[in-house]
Design a protein around this ligand. Structure first.
Ligand code: R5P
Length: 244
């Protein structure tokens, strides 16, 4: 479920701001979505100008974007093997991020995220968690004081009804994500299905994350708890950088 409130210029400012944090020699986790794509394009321009980096894509689209913009890519299992260098920095988008307190003031910066509007959250979580630093890039429409967006849950196809029942038992309302230009469900890059789960306001994301992870057949969900190190919010005038 995409949140589409922000403008492309806001997303571009956020993506380009985070891309400036990439250093020569870095291994970079490349996030998925329209905002992360701006970061990938900016890194590509820096590579054109001589920056030496390798990218670890989080999805089919992120890999294609990296390739189109001249960024060499490498597999997660190569860089995060026993002798690999690891991932220095990851840049990724989000569908919602907890960044404000009551009234909209930036007073509580938990940086907890909902991701997976593009169904890429399972691979994103693996890459983002492996990175030394995770920089999140969003427009202001993604910022909230409490998570209310649907939580995408990737499930094995065979388990979509049993997982849906368990999610209902946990207080959620799951909806199988359907493809827009195909008669049938969205199939993830991993060959699985997605349940978009409404929980109203999520007061305790850590607890819900544990509950969802424990459901048999769930590959992963879109709650990213305590993972972000910085959130770059692009607006009409510039970028606000919030350190977690
Ligand atoms: O599955 C997709 C990802 O989690 C995206 O990073 C997220 O949906 C945000 O995408 P966008 O920047 O296009 O709003």
């Amino acid at each position: 479920m995409k949140t589409t409130g922000g403008t492309d210029a806001q997303k571009r400012r956020a993506g380009e701001s985070a891309a400036e944090a990439v250093s020569d020699g870095d291994v970079v986790g490349l996030g998925t979505g329209s905002t992360a794509a701006h970061a990938i394009r900016a890194i590509g321009r820096a590579v054109d100008a001589g920056l030496d980096v390798r990218g670890v894509p989080t999805s089919f689209d992120a890999r294609a974007c990296a390739r189109d913009h001249g960024i060499p890519t490498v597999g997660l299992d190569t860089v995060c093997g026993p002798d690999g260098p690891g991932i220095d920095i990851a840049i990724d988008g989000a569908d919602q991020v907890v960044l404000t307190g009551e009234g909209g003031d930036v007073e509580e910066v938990s940086g907890t995220l909902i991701k997976g509007g593009g169904a890429a959250h399972a691979r994103e979580k693996v890459v983002d968690a492996a990175a030394d630093r995770l920089l999140v890039v969003v427009d202001p429409s993604k910022v909230t004081n409490v998570l209310t967006a649907d939580v995408p849950v990737e499930v094995l196809p065979e388990a979509h009804t049993t997982a849906a029942t368990a999610i209902r038992d946990a207080g959620g309302e799951p909806t199988l994500r359907r493809a827009e230009r195909k008669d049938g469900p969205v199939v993830t890059d991993n060959g699985n299905l997605v349940l978009d789960c409404s929980f109203d306001a999520i007061a305790d994301p850590g607890r819900l994350a544990g509950t969802l992870s424990a459901i048999p057949g769930v590959l992963d969900h879109g709650l990213f708890v305590d993972m972000a190190d910085e959130v770059h919010v692009g607006d009409d005038d510039g970028v606000a950088i919030h350190e977690i």
